[in-house]
Design a protein around this ligand. Structure first.
Ligand code: A3P
Length: 299
C-alpha cells in the first residue's frame, strides 16, 4: 500500500512500516546484499530519538583504549554520522564497497524497523542498540530539524501537519509505536543481542546507562577505568555542549547533505511542552496509552 507523508511525499508500507522510495530502495538492497560479520554493531532508532548521541557514545566506548587523551580522537575529527554510516544510504547502490568501512568492529546505523533489520542479519550475533524517546519530544525535535534543513523559519502549520501524520502513523519510518514496539519485542526475545535504551534515562542516569552499553557491547569498564574517571570522560566528550561546540560539528555536512549542526539543539526532556497545545498533548497521550498498552514501556 502507499500513502503520503506530511509534506506530500509518497510513502510505501514495507514489513509494517512506511518509507519513502529512496529509503525503501536502500532497505531492499540492504536485505539482498548485506553480508553481516559477527562483530558488527548496529545503532538503531526512530529519527530524532538520540541517534547522534548514541553514535558518539559507542564510538567513544570502543575507542577509549586507543585515544585516551590525544587530539586524534575520531570524534574530534568527524561528526558521529560520518563515523557510523547509515545503512539505508550505503545501500543506495546495490553492491556498495564495504571495504571503505574502516572501523573495527564495523559500526552502522539504521532507522528501519527491527523485523526488517533482523531479516538481513540472518542468524548473525550482531549487536543491535536501539534508543527511543518520548513521542512528543521526537515530534518537536523533528519539526525543528526539518525547518533547519530546509532553512526556513519554524512554522506552526508544518508542526500541525507533522502532528497529524505522526498521529495517523503515516510518516517516514513510522508508525512511531510500531517502530518502538518492534525493538522492544526484539530486546525481550534476544536480550544478548538487542539492547533497548531510553533517551530520558541516558539523560538522568548517564553513568549507569553508559556502563550498561559497555557491558552489552562486551567492553565493560574495569575497576581501574572507573576509578580513573573514564566513564565521566566519555560522558563529557559526548555531551551535547561539547559535541555542539566542536569545530567539526559547527561546520560541514553529513553524507546525506545535512549540516552537522542541525543534529545538536537543546536535548531537553519535555521541551515539547513549549510547542504543543494541550489538545495535541492529550491526543498523543491517548495514542501512547492505547498503542503501548500491554508493554512495560512508560513514557
Ligand atoms: P532536540 O531537538 O530535542 O534538542 P537524533 O540524533 O536522533 O537526530 O536526535 C536529535 C536530538 O538529540 C536533538 O534533540 C538533539 O539536540 C539531541 N542530541 C544530539 N546530541 C546530543 C547529545 N550529545 N546529548 C544529548 N542530546 C543530544
Amino acid at each position: 500500500p502507499s500513502d503520503v507523508d506530511f509534506d506530500g511525499k509518497k510513502l510505501f508500507k514495507y514489513q509494517g512500516c512506511w518509507y519513502n522510495d529512496i529509503i525503501l530502495q536502500g532497505i531492499l538492497n540492504f536485505q539482498r546484499g548485506f553480508e553481516p560479520q559477527d562483530t558488527d554493531i548496529v545503532i538503531a532508532s526512530f529519527p530524532k530519538s538520540g541517534t547522534t548521541w548514541l553514535k558518539a557514545l559507542t564510538v567513544a566506548l570502543l575507542e577509549r583504549s586507543k585515544h585516551s587523551s590525544s587530539d586524534d580522537h575520531p570524534l574530534l575529527l568527524d561528526n558521529p554520522h560520518g563515523l557510523v554510516p547509515y545503512l539505508e544510504l550505503i545501500f543506495q547502490t546495490s553492491k556498495p564497497d564495504m571495504t571503505s568501512i574502516s572501523s573495527s568492529p564495523r559500526l552502522f546505523s539504521t532507522h528501519m524497523a527491527f523485523q526488517t533489520l533482523r531479516e538481513a542479519l540472518q542468524n548473525s550475533p550482531c549487536k543491535i542498540v536501539y534508543v527511543w524517546r518520548n513521542m512528543k519530544d521526537v515530534l518537536v525535535s523533528f519539526w525543528y530539524f526539518k525547518c533547519a534543513i530546509l532553512k526556513i523559519e519554524e512554522e506552526r502549520s508544518m508542526l500541525e501537519s507533522m502532528f497529524a501524520s505522526f498521529c495517523r502513523g503515516v510518516i517516514n519510518n513510522g508508525p512511531f509505536w510500531e517502530h518502538v514496539l518492534s525493538y522492544w519485542k526484539g530486546s525481550l526475545e534476544d536480550p544478548k543481542n538487542v539492547l533497548f535504551l531510553k533517551y530520558e534515562e541516558l539523560k538522568t542516569d548517564p553513568n549507569v546507562q553508559l556502563k550498561k552499553l559497555a557491558e552489552f557491547l562486551g567492553c565493560p569498564f574495569t575497576v581501574e577505568e572507573e576509578e580513573s574517571g573514564s566513564v565521566e570522560e566519555i560522558l563529557d566528550l559526548c555531551s551535547l555542549r561539547n559535541l555542539k561546540n566542536l569545530e567539526i560539528n559547527k561546520t560541514g555536512k553529513t553524507a546525506r547533505g545535512f549540516d552537522h549542526k542541525t543534529f545538536f539543539r537543546k536535548g531537553q526532556v519535555g521541551d515539547s511542552k513549549n510547542y504543543l497545545t494541550p489538545e495535541m498533548e492529550k491526543r498523543i497521550d491517548m495514542i501512547v496509552e492505547e498503542k503501548f498498552r500491554g508493554s512495560d514501556i512508560k513514557f
